[in-house]
Design a protein around this ligand. Sequence first.
Ligand code: ATP
Ligand code: MN
Length: 152
Amino acid sequence: MYERILIPTDGSKVAEAAVDHALDLAAQYEAEVHALYVVDIDSINLGLGTEQVDRLKQGRFDEMDEVKERSEKATGAVAERAAERGIDVVEHVSAGRPHKLIGDYAESNDIDLIVMGSHGRAGVKRALLGSVTERTLRSTHVPVLVVDYEEE
Ligand code: ATP
Ligand code: MN
């Protein structure tokens, strides 16, 4: 039923709770996992010059140490845990608007299920969903599973 499961991650704890859930499903269904980190261009735009924004849009993350580090950490955490469990994983990083790129990635890679956190770094205690999750739910036709994070 699930052959390819997408885990969009911002590297936060909440996303990690979703990772465990997604990996359980992947193990059960022998699915391949895709870990996607989107460099949110709008949110980091302010501190960047046009040259750097262009670089991001072209996907030249390797030239930007901080961005490279953050994205590798986010997708790498998923990859590590998947590997421990013998689950195949594909890591991907892109730059743009997160919900848009999550939806695009899901459609062009034949993703059967998107598993994501209810929130990101910003707000664990809020009753509302995070904006990336909310927008993804509203804009994609691919089924989305939202995993809540409970503080221990
Ligand atoms: P907001 O960003 O609206 O202030 P938030 O950070 O609490 O709120 P979201 O950004 O919606 O909440 O994060 C919810 C989930 O969406 C995360 O757990 C993660 O699965 C996914 N997500 C958020 N940002 C990204 C990103 N840049 N790349 C990939 N996935 C992301
Ligand atoms: Mn966020």
